[in-house]
Design a protein around this ligand. Sequence first.
Ligand SMILES: [Zn+2]
Length: 93
Amino acid sequence: MRRCVGCGERKAKRDMVRIVRTAEEGNLEIDARGKMAGRGCYVCPTESCITAGLSRNKIAHALRMDVLSPQARDELRERIEDSIDNDTGEVRR
Ligand SMILES: [Zn+2]
C-alpha cells in the first residue's frame, strides 16, 4: 500500500500514478510500470488528488526536491494526466 500525496489515503500501488525523480538524471518521470530507480511518490489518478499534490509543493517535498516552478508544475500535471486513461480513469500501463 502506498500513500497518496494528494489525499493522504493509502491504496494499492496499481491504483495510483507513480512519479519518480530518477536516480541517474534527477528528472521527473511518470513511472507507469513502477520499476524505475529513484525516489518516488504516488498520487491517485483523480483531478482533485493531482491538484492537491501539486499545490503547496507536496510532490516536490515527497521527492525531496526544491520548489517546482509554475511551468514545471504545469508540465508535470500534463504528464500525469496523460498517464491516465480518459475513458476508464485508470492508470495506463
Ligand atoms: Zn489521493
